[in-house]
Design a protein around this ligand. Sequence first.
Ligand SMILES: Nc1ncnc2c1ncn2[C@@H]1O[C@H](COP(=O)(O)OP(=O)(O)OP(=O)(O)O)[C@@H](O)[C@H]1O
Ligand SMILES: [Mg+2]
Length: 675
Amino acid sequence: MGVIQQLPEDVVRKIAAGEVIVRPANAVKELIENSLDAGATEITVTIKEGGMTLLQVKDNGTGIYKDDLPLVCERFATSKLRSIDDLSRMTTFGFRGEALASIAMVSSLNVTSKRRDAPCAYQIAYKNGAMTGRIRPSAGGDGTTITVDGLFEASESRRAALKNHAEESARVIDIVAKYAVHRPDVSFIVMRDERGCDLRSLGTGKREDVLGVLYGDELCKEALVLRLNDPTLHFEMEGIMASPYSIHSAEAKDSKRKRNKQFVLFINNRPVSCAVLKSSTEQTLASKGLATTYLMMALMIDPSRVDVNVHPTKDCVFFLQQDDVTERIQEYLDAVLEADINKYRPKLPSLQSMMEAQMLAPLGLSRSSDSVKTPQPTKSDSSEKRCDYNLVRVSGSERRLEQFFLPGHSSAHATVDTVDAPSSQEDYRVTESGTREFSLESIESLRQSVIRESSTELRAIFKGHFVVGCASPECVLLQHDTTLYACTLQTLLEEIMYQIILFSLGNLGSYRLDEPLPVVELLKASGCEEGDEQLKEAATFLSSKASMLNDFFSLNFEEIQETDGGEARVCITTLPSLIHAHSPQMAALPELILCLLVEVDWDEEIRCIEGVARSIAAFYGLHKRWLDGDLYSSDGNTKWTSVKDRLFPPSKWTEAGILTPLTSIHDLYKIFERC
Ligand SMILES: Nc1ncnc2c1ncn2[C@@H]1O[C@H](COP(=O)(O)OP(=O)(O)OP(=O)(O)O)[C@@H](O)[C@H]1O
Ligand SMILES: [Mg+2]
């Protein structure tokens, strides 16, 4: 006796329904596709508990004829396909006449629809695949509303498997987002658990608008628009890719972004998955060391070359010459990325962001008489400024003005005339080019010691090197010949500045501050807690050195009478210009003034010149603009080239690890040869 039996019709229908509608997101997809097929321009999706309790899709499409209502939930009843030949010409999402029947089979489903020419809307209800009651007139505007209650009510196991409502909601939102991106001309809204609007696209027709709303403007800012037409392979592709980033960058390490990577593919308007295309695009990006957070590609392939009837869920399609199409897209992406590859390479680490928390934005500076506003510290705002400047000073507690006033240490008055102030005519001669040449032994000796203490080997390295990039804000990578070196950036820059000052002493250009800055206020801003009298004394001391500082270093201090008739204040009025267009970090000016007072040995000429030069070099050395990339811009590179040729790198740098060889091509070759 045989055991095979024909399954009852309702069991067959239930099994089939389970294949089409696996979870709420599948139902939403089918309903949205029906709305789009009906020419809707506004689609509102409402869900409760991930769509398991309530799922509703409302559109403003053509609506359904009253006479068609008894058929909408009949299996294989469709208005879109008439014969099998039509399959190769399908332009609608639906064609199987299965979706509504499947949903109705596993839920309570209500259809309310009104065609534009109908006097009113009509309603029909289904429960577990069977019509309940008659067609009834109903209230409702043009279009169709399909309401699904109690999805999988009869299937305990399916409900149990889908009990994570948050995940189901996310899947629903995700599927709507895909259609919203693909159809920017249609307005999509998702309302979840009566919590208001979770997603809203405006239907402006602009894909950037939708992406901006869904993923933030950041994504579209530098997004790549993709467009490819290949008549020989009978396809067109358009898409959008969020600006790629280097897989070595901080962004790549941001796990959140990694998890959020999205690859969205539409083939002939259907959202489909295609593992081959996905992995090939990922490979193309990876071969360039790049990744992206969002990539959407919409392929239009001649319908006769596509088989959409692969699976009831229709999320898989086959098309002819799949490998050739994939390869062509890969080639295209490769060319698009290569065109702008430098843009995506790791950006130089920005010191600015790190400093911003600690530093004031640089105050305005003007070269010569150019007027750039420089805020003048006043008594009323000094406390605020002091607070910010304080943060700049790292060793405020260690280096205090007391050192300057300590008994035995040179006091302001005692040292006034120790270092001879301005260079007299006998101290220098003017060369043909108009520069002043000093015959001062101290200067000559400082210059000689720089040359004597420099290393010929390091000099050759610096002369022939080029900058690879910044490994960190403190470390710059330099390549010379086949060797890669790590160099401590701050030490390098300070030495460059020091040598520029030393070899151009008395010939430096100057910046004039737009408004003179009072020394006392600057000292307060640097963290000095001495009384006003002591600070004034310090200012007077600097003023007594003014002619020497101005003459040699283009650093000028002047006594300026207050307009309101108050007492005269010692102010700084000019700063030296060391490298063309390189202005110092003004937030560190209070630190410079303090250094001049406490770190410079004013008793001995040679030590004094060296000390002032070193203090100014430290002030100019570290500049956020250089680290932000200015150093590597065409302008920055010229600056760099002109200074690196003149540098005498001290031999002690090798021992001190200022310049450390990291690796050489030769060594790398040996490693990679073995791999
Ligand atoms: N929102 C709607 N607006 C207008 N007509 C609709 C709407 N939803 C369904 N219909 C009508 O109901 C019919 C049945 O829909 P259903 O989704 O079950 O099948 P289909 O879309 O034709 O094919 P498929 O099963 O492949 O989606 C459709 O052919 C269409 O005529
Ligand atoms: Mg359909």
